[in-house]
Design a protein around this ligand. Structure first.
Ligand code: ZN
Length: 241
């Protein structure tokens, strides 16, 4: 089968992406520890490796035999993504797709978006759809969180009561506001309790941190491993939660 030059020589592991070690190491570690976000946004000028990183990440998180956070490039999933047989991975070129956010409304587990000279509003809309958020302001807030702009995120969340709104407040170190937000979440889930535990840990309330972790784990057992790996709880003995 004919393969275009750039496709053939596109790097196939994080390790082989040149000149973006700070990004590729972060992604590799996220995959290795199972702590990937639900959406990633790659931005940058032409030829910096956005599409390569998105492709590698899409394989790495779905790979049947990942090697140290990298895709094996051999299994049926890796090969399916490479040859386009797996339809859950969609490549969208934001520069040539107006209204492309609609296309992100599919059932894939990991939304991987390579923004090719797209603007911030497009990016926010994409990210919002991927995270299941309908309001553009909330989607923009998620993008703010990802960019470390917590004050802007809080502004964009406005009066929204949600785990993500509380997360922005936690990241901005406004624990009182975050506690209030979490107390008002309509249907508290494992994430709600986990965030409560983070606040308790940061304010040195070991009892409350453990109690909330127990509730988070009771609702979603994945939080047991996550809590053990999370530096927020490193100062506590979690062996008999
Ligand atoms: Zn694989």
């Amino acid at each position: 089968m004919y393969r275009a030059f750039y496709r053939k020589y596109r790097p196939s592991t994080f390790t082989s992406v040149v000149g973006q070690e700070h990004i590729t190491k972060t992604l590799e570690n996220a995959v290795k520890s199972g702590k990937t976000s639900h959406a990633y946004l790659f931005t940058g000028s032409r030829g910096t490796g956005k599409t390569s990183c998105a492709k590698i990440l899409s394989k790495a998180v779905n790979c049947l035999n990942p090697i140290d956070g990298n895709p094996c490039n051999e299994c049926e999933i890796c090969r399916g993504i490479d040859n386009g047989a797996i339809l859950d991975i969609i490549e969208i070129d934001a520069a040539s797709n107006n209204g492309g956010a609609e296309q992100a409304e599919t059932n894939f587990n990991y939304a991987l978006l390579a923004m090719l000279e797209g603007n911030t509003t497009d990016a926010a809309a994409f990210l919002g759809k991927a995270a299941g958020v309908e309001q553009l302001a909330e989607a923009q807030a998620l993008l703010n969180i990802q960019n470390g702009e917590y004050a802007k995120a809080i502004e964009n969340f406005g009066n929204t009561v949600s785990n993500n709104a509380a997360l922005a407040q936690i990241l901005a170190k406004d624990y009182n506001a975050a506690s209030n937000t979490l107390a008002n979440v309509a249907n508290p889930d494992a994430t709600t309790y986990y965030l409560k535990a983070v606040i308790a840990a940061r304010t040195n309330d070991e009892g409350a941190a453990k109690a909330n972790l127990r509730q988070a784990i009771a609702l979603d057992n994945n939080y047991a491993a996550r809590a053990t790996a999370d530096k927020e709880f490193a100062k506590f003995d979690l062996s008999n939660l």
